[in-house]
Design a protein around this ligand. Structure first.
Ligand SMILES: Nc1ncnc2c1ncn2[C@@H]1O[C@H](COP(=O)(O)OP(=O)(O)OP(=O)(O)O)[C@@H](O)[C@H]1O
Length: 304
């Protein structure tokens, strides 16, 4: 039995259009499957938890149709990550699909899901805020400047308009100008690989499971899908004008050549700040002053 979890509002209705296309295909009609539409934020988490708790229906795979937000919810609440997962991107950003190099054609992904001829291991990240229960992230977690940009962009009217034309990543460029003038670098104590370090003028810290974020920006261009460790990007002691120039190069990944950018590798990262700072996890934002990030030890199998 295949379970399809469909977010019809993802990508301004793209999720719905894709599922309608899939539903009409002979392949889907011959498949032993069921589907559930998500009705509200957090619904995909509930569906995933219920479906994987005892795996009563003997799930062959969960197929998510939606954006990275829906995928984040599903992966976060899967009780049993040995159940294979498939993703048909129907969101506006679709960074996970980019990072995994998934085909653009939903029917092609469906074919691979059924034939089970493509299977990739994927290692999620774990994060714990203020010592709370650990959660998972799919793409990346970031603290500081980029999280503030994501926060402003997510609340803006222009992101919704730009998403209609599939230009959502430009909303980050507009939000960047907004944040640039009000952002204050912060002091952070960061512990990596059992080594503590204090950074006085920190702009941002990003930890990623693959190279893309923000709808196609190559934030950590050398990030590989791998077990045990992840790359950590630090930007500190940089001028406002320089970071403006640097962000233009994020689409090509050339920003890592700036001397203010450090690229490190760690299996566990703890950060501690005096004041609450913004963070983003898979594009969703909030504030925190303490967070520990580590890599999930078991991999999840992505089919299709
Ligand atoms: N029926 C619904 N009505 C409103 N919101 C929903 C519904 N179903 C799911 N959601 C929420 O919609 C949000 C956005 O979904 P998702 O991230 O998948 O799409 P997206 O934002 O278009 O894509 P991306 O994250 O790739 O940019 C999620 O936070 C999810 O919880």
């Amino acid at each position: 039995m295949y379970l399809f979890i469909v977010n019809q509002v993802a990508g301004n209705g793209r999720g719905k259009r894709i599922f309608n296309k899939i539903r009409k295909s002979t392949r889907y009609q011959q498949l032993e499957s069921t589907y559930v539409f998500t009705d509200y934020e957090g619904h995909a988490e509930e569906i995933a938890r219920e479906a994987t708790k005892n795996n009563l229906v003997n799930l062959k795979a969960i197929v998510v149709i939606g954006g990275d937000g829906t995928l984040h919810e599903v992966m976060n609440r899967m009780e049993d990550i040995s159940i294979p997962l498939a993703f048909i991107p129907g969101g506006s950003g679709n960074d996970f699909a980019r990072g995994m190099n998934l085909p653009n054609n939903p029917l092609e992904i469906l074919k691979h899901i059924i034939e089970a001829d493509i299977q990739q291991s994927y290692w999620l990240g774990n994060f714990s805020l203020e010592d709370a229960e650990s959660k998972r992230f799919v793409n990346s977690i970031g603290f500081g400047f980029d999280a503030e940009i994501a926060n402003i962009a997510n609340q803006s009217w222009y992101k919704k308009v730009l998403n209609l034309f599939r230009l959502g990543s430009f909303s980050y460029a507009i939000a960047l100008i907004h944040v640039l003038f009000q952002f204050r670098p912060f002091k952070v104590e960061i512990e990596m690989n059992n080594r503590k370090r204090v950074i006085e003028q920190c702009w941002m810290i990003t930890i990623a499971n693959h190279m893309y974020y923000g709808g196609g920006m190559k934030i950590i261009p050398n990030a590989k899908i791998q077990p045990t460790t992840f790359p950590v990007l630090l930007i500190h002691r940089i001028s406002k004008w320089k970071i403006l120039g640097m962000f233009i190069t994020v689409f090509t990944g050339k920003h890592v050549n700036f001397k203010e950018v450090e690229l490190l590798e760690a299996s566990k990262v703890s950060i501690l700040t005096e004041e609450n700072i913004h963070y983003q996890v898979d594009g969703q934002t909030n504030r925190c002053s303490r967070c520990t990030v580590s890599k999930e030890s078991t991999s999840i199998q992505i089919i299709g």
